[in-house]
Design a protein. Structure first.
Length: 235
């Protein structure tokens, strides 16, 4: 019963980590890329309608592209696991002695006595499915992925990109001047980038304050360069 509860906790933790990773990927680009695009357009045109239309088009294209990337990554993970699973079943069927030796080496590494190693190997290899699952996890370091992971990842990343992208674009809905819209957009987006960078850094074990400033500065540089290039081309 205790083992079952621990397994359930591990699965929940893994799924939560996957969701957070997807949100970080989507929000990171969603906040930065549309912000830089809107800043660049603000340096070239004053018509906020054009900026909004271009921004929405970019958010739509970016969310689809990012979501597709997440889907392909999730699908690749599942395909890789299934490929290795098939190979392990083949090795258990055709090379059982070698696979038993690998199981014994694992228990020897845990400090089991030779007699206890033999008992553990005999117990582990009684059921072929459990044997293969054991080899997948402890020999190859592969946990069984969620078969729906690809679709979930695509949605999480795509939706996060849309949410992130609408933040820097939203001030342009309420301003007739591109430069005025950029001022409000810059304030709102840089605050959001700082907050996002803070929590992202806490998740990854980096100093949260320095990480927050790093993310904010990268976003500001991207937008500033886009604005400067647009002004340069305009002149």
């Amino acid at each position: 019963m205790e083992t079952h509860l621990h397994h359930s906790h591990t699965e929940h933790h893994m799924q939560s980590s996957d969701i957070l990773r997807d949100i970080v990927i989507g929000m990171s680009d969603g906040l930065t890329v549309p912000f830089a695009l809107a800043a660049g357009l603000s340096g070239a045109v004053q018509n906020t309608n054009l900026i909004v239309i271009a921004g929405i088009a970019e958010i739509a294209a970016g969310s689809i592209a990012m979501g597709l990337g997440g889907y392909l990554a999730g699908k690749t993970e599942v395909d890789h696991y299934n490929s290795e699973l098939k190979r392990e079943y083949d090795e258990v069927d055709n090379l059982p002695d070698r696979e038993r030796e690998e199981v014994q080496e694992f228990f020897a590494g845990l400090g089991f006595s030779p007699a206890l190693q033999q008992e553990a190997v005999a117990e582990m290899t009684k059921d072929k499915d459990k044997w293969v699952d054991f080899m997948m996890k402890y020999e190859l370091g592969l946990d069984k992925p969620d078969p729906k992971r690809a679709g979930k990842s695509a949605f999480n990343i795509g939706a996060s990109y849309v949410v992130g992208g609408l933040i820097p674009l939203s001030p342009y809905f309420f301003n007739n001047s591109g430069v005025e819209g950029l001022k409000f957009s810059a304030v709102i987006t840089l605050i959001c980038l700082f907050i996002f960078g803070y929590f992202k850094s806490k998740m990854t074990g980096v100093n949260p304050i320095s990480g927050a400033f790093r993310v904010m500065i990268i976003g500001a540089l991207a937008a500033g360069c886009a604005f400067g290039v647009a002004k340069l081309i305009q002149h």
